[in-house]
Each structure stands twice: as structure tokens, then as C-alpha cells.
Design a protein around this ligand. Structure first.
Ligand SMILES: [Zn+2]
Length: 339
């Protein structure tokens, strides 16, 4: 095995063209699986519905089938796979590879690592989905070549992952990066964690949708969103919000402006506290809203941060999109199996 310095991951990687990893990104609605080579390239893909209502055993069985499927599709042998990496939602018991609690899946203490190892015969490494996405962006996405990076994913909630000196930072009980639960507005809206005024309760996609519904359905403010989103507002797609925003829909602009200001403030606090080289923002809504929104976020981050802390900090967006999860999971598999 040849060792060479790989600037893309900021460290030394073992290069072996015969070795691949499988990256798995498990979400509440879909599971993505891919075979990935040492350059972070995707050789094959498989996507399945999670269907958590069938129980954890059925979900794990399906992941095992996905593993076989992507190996076959990549035209390689299973022996060429060194390990599986998997990102799963919720807090994870990293030492034992157990999903402690994942409300979207209805999972409590599921020994995902052990079950998948038994079914596939391959060493499996588990981490939470935000850490895995962060690792992907750091190694092969926007954060390439940096040493300290914070990734912030705006979705149903707001999650954060921290890389310090090229490694994920976990903290004493592996909960580091919960930027979504930094309190931005004392006495603000109630958050899923039980507190009030957390960033997540103010600026996640869930919070944005809730505010849009309130303005349109309760306060009866006119909005293009009703027609853009197909005459119902039970679920509002990121694409619809972005479209209404581009068309300067008054309600949407107001809600997005407020949310992005809070995200900017959240970034300012992160920069003051950690002073990383780069902040990477991701999630479907951020991607859909585009550059103008990023300029606004940068503006507020700069306005509220200590000037010296912010100087030189890049605030950018994810580059890998939906692939960050599978690529990051493969990087995790490679890093942990090299230990
Ligand atoms: Zn909270």
C-alpha cells in the first residue's frame, strides 16, 4: 500500500486503487448507498425508501441488499470493499455503534453497526448524519485543504459539525456542534429541545414553514405561495419558497429575511467562539435560495462578529449537495479502518 500526502483531505491517506468503501446516508425518508473510491468519486448508487414503519430489522435488511446492489453495479468484488460507513440521524453511541434515539425512524437503542456487520460480513462504522456530511464537505467538498471548518445544515432542524485540525470534534459526550440550540432570542418561539428562542426554532426550514403558514393562513396576508405550492400549505417545498422569494412575494421575503438574519447571527457567535477558517452552509433551502441570500447571511455574520475574529473567515455553501452524506460516510469508513 502506497502512502502519499493528499492535500484534498489535509492529511496522509493510504492510496490503494483496489480498495473501496461503501457510504450510506440514512434519512427518515430515503437511504442512499454508494461505492466510493479513495478520491471521493462515486462509482455506483442506490436509493431506497426508508419505510421505518416496517421496523428496524426490515430497514437494516434493505440496507444490506443495497450494499450487494451497489457492489454489483460498480463491477467490483465484495472483497475489494474495506469497510462500510453509515450516517444515521439522532444521537449515536459511537463506542458501540448504536442509534440511541431517532424520532423520525421511531428507533430507540438500535445496534445498527453490529446488525449490519452480521448481515454484510463487512466492518461497519457509524456516526450521526451531520458529522458524516461535515466530513464529506471537508474532505472532498467546499472545505478541501482547510484545517478548521464548521458545517451548518439547515433542514427540518439546524445541525452543525465541527472539524478541528482535520478531525471531527466530538466533545465529552459526542454532542458537539448543536448550533441549532444556541439561544438567539430569549423568550422566542418554543424549540423541540424544550427551550425557547433557539436558532432552530427561528430559522430551520420547519420554523420558516411555520411562520409562512401563520402569515398566510391565520393573518390572511396575500401570498403567491398558495398558487406556487399547488394550493395547499401542509408541506411547503424548498423550491416553492425559493421561487416565491425570487418573485419578491412580500410574505416570503419578510420571513426569509428574518430567518437569514438569525442564521447570520448564529454564524457570528460561532466565529467569535471557535474562529474556524471556513463556515459551510448547506441544506436544500439554502441551496435553493442562492447567492443573494448568502450575501445577506455574510452581511449579518460580519456585522455581529468581532471584526478580528471574522477577518479571513470564508462563509460559503456546500459543494457536494445530496452526495455529502455518502461521500462523508465513505471517508469515515476509511479513516476508522486505518486506525
Ligand atoms: Zn433548541
Amino acid at each position: 500500500m502506497k502512502e502519499e500526502k493528499d492535500s484534498s483531505t489535509g492529511g496522509t491517506l493510504s492510496q490503494d486503487s483496489n480498495q473501496y468503501q461503501i457510504g450510506i446516508d440514512m434519512g427518515g425518508t430515503k437511504i442512499l448507498a454508494s461505492v466510493i473510491n479513495s478520491n471521493g468519486q462515486i462509482l455506483s448508487r442506490n436509493k431506497q425508501a426508508t419505510a421505518p414503519e416496517q421496523g428496524s430489522e426490515a430497514v437494516i435488511e434493505r440496507i444490506s441488499d443495497q450494499v450487494d446492489s451497489v457492489v454489483k453495479k460498480a463491477k467490483i468484488k465484495k472483497e475489494q470493499i474495506s469497510a462500510i460507513g453509515i450516517g444515521a440521524p439522532g444521537p449515536i453511541d459511537l463506542d458501540n455503534g448504536v442509534v440511541i434515539f431517532a424520532p423520525n425512524l421511531g428507533w430507540h437503542n438500535v445496534p445498527l453497526k453490529k446488525s449490519l456487520e452480521e448481515k454484510t460480513g463487512l466492518p461497519t462504522h457509524l456516526d450521526n448524519d451531520v458529522n458524516v456530511g461535515t466530513l464529506g464537505e471537508y474532505a472532498f467538498g467546499a472545505g478541501r485543504g482547510k484545517k478548521s471548518v464548521v458545517c451548518i445544515f439547515v433542514g427540518t432542524g439546524i445541525g452543525g459539525g465541527i472539524i478541528i485540525d482535520g478531525k471531527l470534534f466530538y466533545g465529552s459526550s459526542s454532542t458537539s456542534g448543536e448550533i441549532g440550540h444556541t439561544i438567539i432570542k430569549v423568550g422566542g418561539p418554543k424549540c423541540g429541545c424544550g427551550n425557547r428562542g433557539c436558532l432552530e426554532a427561528l430559522a430551520s426550514r420547519t420554523a420558516i414553514t411555520k411562520q409562512l403558514r401563520k402569515h398566510i393562513l391565520i393573518d390572511k396576508e396575500p401570498s403567491l405561495l398558495t398558487q406556487i405550492n399547488g394550493n395547499q400549505l401542509d408541506t411547503i417545498k424548498s423550491g416553492s419558497i425559493a421561487k416565491a422569494f425570487r418573485k419578491k412575494d412580500k410574505v416570503t421575503v419578510k420571513v426569509i429575511k428574518r430567518a437569514t438574519k438569525y442564521i447570520g447571527i448564529g454564524i457570528a457567535s460561532t466565529v467569535n467562539f471557535l474562529n474556524p477558517e471556513m463556515i459551510i452552509l448547506g441544506g436544500g433551502l439554502i441551496e435553493a435560495l442562492g447567492n443573494k441570500t448568502m450575501d445577506r447571511i455574510r452581511h449579518f455574520a460580519t456585522k455581529y462578529a468581532i471584526q478580528h475574529a471574522m477577518s479571513g473567515v470564508e462563509i460559503t455553501t456546500t459543494q457536494l449537495g445530496d452526495d455529502a452524506g455518502v461521500i462523508g460516510a465513505a471517508v469515515l469508513a476509511k479513516q476508522r479502518s486505518n486506525k
